[in-house]
Design a protein around this ligand. Sequence first.
Ligand code: AP5
Length: 196
Amino acid sequence: MRLVLLGAPGSGKGTQAQILKTELGVPHVSTGDLLRAAVKAGTPLGVKAKAVMEAGQLVSDDIVLGMLEERLAVADAARGFILDGYPRNLAQCEALEQLLARLGQPLEIAIKLEVPGELIVERIAGRAAAEGRKDDTPETVRERLRVYAEQTAPVADHFARLGKLAVVDGVGKLEEVSGRILAALPAGTEEARASA
Ligand code: AP5
């Protein structure tokens, strides 16, 4: 299964990817996690990305694409992946299409998680208290939501035009949301899961 999870910050992409990776037998590939690991390790790329992430802006397309390319070359991604946090603008959509064409692994479906704004703010405030993620401050969250509306929302329209978008209600218990995502996957996925 080659799947992209879309949705606003705090909509539950990372949480659902962690559940679905076991169900589907493919890795969770999160560009946010890859960037946070680089920041933590203090690599030159991480040093560059840190301030951009803490300001709620997008890290440059080249940097993120390079990281993604490296991650998808790891053997566990040969069976597919759940991509979380990428693509985040239309240029990244194009880069992803080219990358996956080169790998002979075209995307099967993009799932957009829909969660109302007030719940997003509540969830991120909960995570800020529990985990202290540097970009979960109220000002940075406002900026991340603005960047999402301006640059990332059109990504869903792009997949809709390709006939590859399913919109899923992201409100409810974790297992209810994952059940909805699994139900939205293309036919044949059940058989693939059974043999995973
Ligand atoms: P990234 O890490 O991708 O952050 P994001 O897209 O803003 O998403 P979040 O991690 O905030 O939310 P999520 O949807 O995964 O929700 P979660 O499951 O955690 O990106 C961070 C930064 O990195 C960007 O701002 C940018 O700077 C940079 N970056 C990343 N990718 C990039 C790219 N491609 N290009 C350029 N820059 C890039 O859930 C949130 C909370 O809600 C959790 O506490 C969770 O427990 C809770 N929750 C989840 N589901 C439920 C539920 N059903 N009910 C109740 N609570 C729930």
